[in-house]
Design a protein around this ligand. Structure first.
Ligand code: COA
Length: 345
């Protein structure tokens, strides 16, 4: 048995906000943002777009890829519904859901796709959401289960939860969604395929370092407070930076040693796109050439749980992932959480 990614999709809002655009409103510059983060632009959802809208678009793209592989009837709408009906579970990683707590954004997506046979749940693992989601999908589809297909999505509207007057924060984030269809395939041969190994971790002592303090049961809004005061993400940038470099380095080392392979066996590392300097620092510590890491942070900034599936979809659609390639994902985020997957494409 193998758990394979058979299709991918992404959704990027068309509105592009460059560093120069930000520098017109804030005391910052393109030079500072580029040199400290590697970011040049980010995409921002319009007012009417919620997390589920981006998730839905990314999911439809991935489902369309399945239709193309399986050969549909030619009636696009019906073909999409038919494939959606083959989904057994929808897992959606997000820190910026449509609604606080209930209903899950995954349920909104399930309804809009017409995926009536799918269970649906959101997971809160910050920017590690997709890495966690793949492993949860593998568990739900695993040996003995009758479930066969999962849709794993990372979707975020971070622009709605950053303080646009805080130059240390708002420059970092963007909106977007990425999706993958994961399927259990029988693998009678000895060749390894699909999701090979996952490491997941958390360090709850770092909850304060990346936090949306207001709006939950710990600190609910009082009457009249809601208007015009959305909760904002607060961050201790230095603490997150140090945590990230340490955990990314450790997780790469562990994935390699547990699988008894070297970095030369890995075709591509797809890291969470938070700050190019974090990736470069970890790569330097481990002696990994920069070209091994796929970075698209320049264009999208940090899209949290969406960043890895967006990157996977870009690589996949560009034909840069060959069957049999060993791909490593690696990430970290609010919680604090971290993890990585090794996947044979
Ligand atoms: N433009 C210009 N100057 C800025 C700025 C901006 N956008 N943001 C901060 N500065 C200034 C600071 O005010 C500070 O000025 P001072 O020295 O006069 O006080 C100076 O630049 C250095 O700030 P500092 O916070 O020390 O910068 P840094 O090199 O640590 O970079 C981050 C800050 C946020 C880019 C970095 O800490 C980081 O990437 N952390 C990880 C964040 C992350 O990945 N979060 C998401 C996790 S999923």
């Amino acid at each position: 048995m193998a758990i394979e990614i058979i299709a991918t999709g992404r959704a990027i809002p068309p509105t592009r906000l460059t560093n120069d655009d930000l520098a017109m409103k804030l005391d910052t510059s393109d030079e500072w943002i580029r040199s400290h983060t590697g970011i040049c632009a980010r995409h921002i959802a319009d007012e009417d777009t919620a997390c589920s809208n981006l998730a839905l678009e990314a999911a439809r793209q991935a489902l369309t890829m399945v239709v193309q592989q399986e050969g549909g009837s030619g009636n696009e709408t019906q073909d999409l519904v038919d494939v959606a009906l083959t989904l057994d579970v929808i897992i959606l990683g997000t820190a910026t859901p449509d609604y606080l707590g209930c209903p899950s954004t995954a349920c909104v997506v399930q309804d809009k796709l017409g995926a009536r046979n799918a269970a649906a749940l959101d997971i809160t693992a910050g920017c590690s959401g997709f890495i966690y989601g793949l492993e949860i999908a593998a568990g739900l589809l695993g040996t003995g289960s009758r479930r066969k297909r999962a849709l794993v999505i990372g979707s975020e509207i971070l622009s709605r939860f950053v303080d646009w007057t805080d130059r240390g924060m708002c420059i970092l984030f963007g909106d977007g969604a990425g999706a993958a269809i994961v399927e259990k395939t029988e693998n009678p041969g000895l060749t390894k395929r699909g999701l090979l190994r996952t490491i997941l971790g958390a360090d709850g002592s770092g909850t304060e370092h990346l936090i949306m303090r207001r709006g939950g049961s710990r600190n609910p809004y009082k009457t009249g407070e809601l208007v015009g005061v959305p909760p904002h993400i607060e961050m201790n940038g230095q603490a997150v930076y140090n945590f990230a470099v340490k955990r990314v380095t450790e997780t790469i080392e562990k994935l390699l040693s547990q699988e008894n392979i070297t970095i030369d066996d890995v075709s591509r590392i797809v890291p969470h796109q938070a700050n190019a300097r974090i990736v470069q620092a970890a790569g330097k510590r481990l002696g990994i050439p920069e070209e091994k890491f796929f970075l698209n942070i320049k264009e999208y900034a940090n899209t949290s749980a969406a960043s890895i599936p967006i990157a996977l979809d870009e690589l996949n659609r560009a034909g840069s992932l060959q069957k049999g390639d060993l791909i490593m994902t690696i990430g970290f985020g609010g919680g604090l959480t971290y993890g990585g997957n090794l996947i044979i494409w």
